[in-house]
Design a binder for this molecule. Structure first.
Ligand code: SAH
Length: 352
């Protein structure tokens, strides 16, 4: 008998599932808490279930957290960033990053294996799109780390969906995982401490607006002229950035969450004074923050990081226009922590 995956079900779905096995309804909540509050990786840990129940569950189900295999693991020299390349049951790989900030731990989750968006500077799409991740596989990325932090009395308290893939193209699975993580019987992470980042898939932004959760929205803008953004981000042909900004404005109006615009700085490409002017024209008077990200060069892509002076010049130009702008604090630069870089380098090695 092939086992089913038990992670990724809502509490109600888990109740139906376990009652189908002849278990009492309240068992589902116990199992839910073991999985999502206590980060259990094995049914044997579930000490408030009888031995027979534990065995029954183990005969029928797997726990995704214990199904992922660490293929590569890197810790930055400062010890604050821990990145892993995880192998899933079908051999696909995803990368996940744990970051230790002064306020606690956050994880950066991947939403897809590979990516179809083909942004000119990004490593995630180098080997094409493979498939969407299931809710269980999204959860397993977080619980891989939480199962290590828990025994030390620590917990992941923030989530950014900024790993590989385009979350808006796998939105149902992403939101299902985030809802489970939000549950007060689980990891109990407030929606305000979650951020979903998109390259600008307008229908996804609109769907999130209708759903009305207080999740933070980040938009990967990277250029504010049609010609340049078309060149850097093919999605701009489908959803021009002005439409993306309009959709993001509506999202901000619907729940009051300030939108974050990400802007990677690529030397000589989008870091010129005219680029800063275009960006300021597009975003001034909006309730938003602009996060400048000096590019992490991906060798295959041929872009360079601007000098610190160029970054500062760009920053100052936006400041003068009264925009709320920050420069991203970089973590894990020494461990290929830009999205998709670790997986891409592992795939490259495998092809040698
Ligand atoms: N597809 C979503 C989720 C990925 S988020 C999105 O585009 O928003 C990952 C962020 O890192 C995006 O803003 C992406 O544009 C950025 N990024 C990709 N490649 C990068 C690189 N080489 N250096 C710095 N940031 C990069």
């Amino acid at each position: 008998m092939t086992k089913k995956e038990i992670m990724g079900l809502t509490l109600e779905e888990l109740q139906t599932e376990l009652m189908g096995l002849g278990l009492k309804k309240f068992r589902a909540e116990q199992v839910f808490r073991w999985l999502y509050e206590k980060a259990a990786v094995d049914f044997e840990q579930m000490s408030n279930l009888g031995k027979e129940t534990r065995q029954l569950l183990a005969e029928h189900y797997t726990i995704a957290t214990s199904q992922v295999k660490v293929l590569k693991e890197y810790k930055s020299q400062d010890g604050l960033t821990h990145k892993v390349l995880l192998e899933l049951t079908d051999g696909a790989t995803v990368e996940t990053v744990l970051m230790h900030h002064d306020y606690g731990y956050s994880v950066c989750l991947s939403s897809q294996v590979g990516c179809a968006m083909n942004c000119a500077f990004c490593a995630s799409g180098l080997h094409g799109f493979v498939r969407n991740l299931t809710p269980a596989e999204i959860l397993a990325q977080l619980y891989f780390f939480q199962s290590q932090l828990g025994p030390r009395g620590q917990r992941v308290s923030r989530i950014v969906v900024m790993g590989s893939g385009e979350p808006m193209l796998n939105l149902d699975n992403v939101l299902k995982a985030l809802d489970i993580l939000h549950s007060d019987r689980g990891q109990c992470i407030g929606y305000r401490n979650m951020t979903v980042s998109t390259c600008g898939v307008v229908p996804g932004i609109e769907k999130m607006t209708v759903l009305g959760r207080n999740i933070n929205l980040a938009i990967s803008l990277h250029a504010a002229s049609m010609a340049l953004r078309d060149r850097l981000m093919p999605i701009n042909h489908r959803y021009p950035f002005a439409d993306v900004i309009r959709a993001a404005d509506a999202y901000e109006k619907s729940n009051g969450r300030q939108v974050m615009y990400e802007y990677i700085l690529l030397a000589g490409i989008n870091d010129r004074p005219e680029d800063a002017r275009n960006l300021a024209d597009a975003l001034e008077h909006k309730e938003c923050v602009i996060n400048l990200i000096p590019a992490n060069p991906v060798p295959e892509k041929g872009f360079a990081r601007p000098s610190d002076q160029a970054v500062d010049r760009f920053f100052q130009m936006l400041k003068k226009r009264h925009l709320n702008v920050t420069v991203r604090k970089e973590m894990g630069k020494d461990i290929n922590a830009a999205c998709g870089q670790l997986r891409a380098s592992a795939l490259k090695e495998a092809q040698r």
